[in-house]
Design a protein around this ligand. Structure first.
Ligand code: C5P
Length: 230
């Protein structure tokens, strides 16, 4: 089976409060999306890459990725899962059911190439797939209702992991799982949750916790620092 890469970049990055979506903010003068794409494309033998973009995207023409012939774009959807499904459909003609698809957030430029290689090695023989994840370090509270909620309970953090990306699944299994989950109206915040909803259990592959998703302004400085350590 071949490996395909999908990098959803159709979000508008509302929580960032910036003028342009977060994947088009710059670190060291490069778009975050370009940093993410070049790190991944240079680190594994992908057959190709599909990047779903917002219908009103006006920054893609200014990317470095635009001139990489291995990278194609399509129109994304209103939610992350819809964008990923649109990308999968755009790859339908080129891919086989048993091919592997890696999905990685555009907003995670700090992914380590060793983690990418480890994910591919660990999951390649698995029937379902798997994802990078990191054991939870903080103590987790469940909040009650109200503006100043009281603690309802403390979760047992043993066995709890934070889901990261890339997430790696068989092409057909992922298409079917996303379609079913979206049809059923369940909340799909990552590919794994859709796959789990279909009754298939992916494996967790431990990845570095500094593979952060840029979400709020402070994350930009943190990502800049992390990238400087590589
Ligand atoms: O908003 P969130 O941080 O969950 O976004 C994660 C990734 O999914 C980002 O790279 C964003 O551009 C992408 N996304 C998308 N289509 C959407 C919403 C988010 O491709 N409708």
């Amino acid at each position: 089976p071949r490996l395909w890469l999908i990098v959803p970049a159709a979000g508008i990055g509302q929580r960032m409060g910036a003028e342009q979506p977060k994947q088009y903010l710059r670190i060291d003068e490069r778009f975050i999306l370009d940093i993410t794409l070049s790190r991944l494309m240079d680190s594994a033998p992908f057959a190709g890459c599909m990047v779903p973009l917002h219908p009103a995207d006006r920054w893609w023409p200014d990317t470095e990725a635009r001139s990489d012939s291995r990278i194609q774009t399509c129109t994304g959807g209103s939610e992350r899962a819809c964008s990923v499904l649109a990308a999968l459909r755009a790859l339908a003609e080129q891919s086989d059911d048993q091919d592997w698809v890696l999905v990685h957030d555009a907003a995670r430029p700090c992914v380590h190439t060793a983690d990418l290689a480890n994910l591919i090695d660990s999951v390649y023989e698995h029937p379902v797939g798997g994802l990078l994840a990191s054991p939870v370090a903080d103590t987790l509270k469940r909040a009650g209702a109200g503006e100043l909620p009281e603690v309802e309970s403390t979760l047992d953090r043993r066995g709890l992991w934070r889901a990261l990306t890339p997430q790696m699944f068989r092409y057909r299994l992922l298409v079917d799982a996303l379609e079913a989950a979206l049809d059923a109206g369940v909340e799909v915040t990552d590919e794994s949750s859709a796959v789990e909803f279909s009754g298939n259990m992916p494996v967790l592959v431990e990845g570095r916790p500094d593979n952060i998703k840029i979400t709020v302004p402070a994350d930009l400085a943190l990502a800049n620092f992390i990238l400087g350590q590589f």
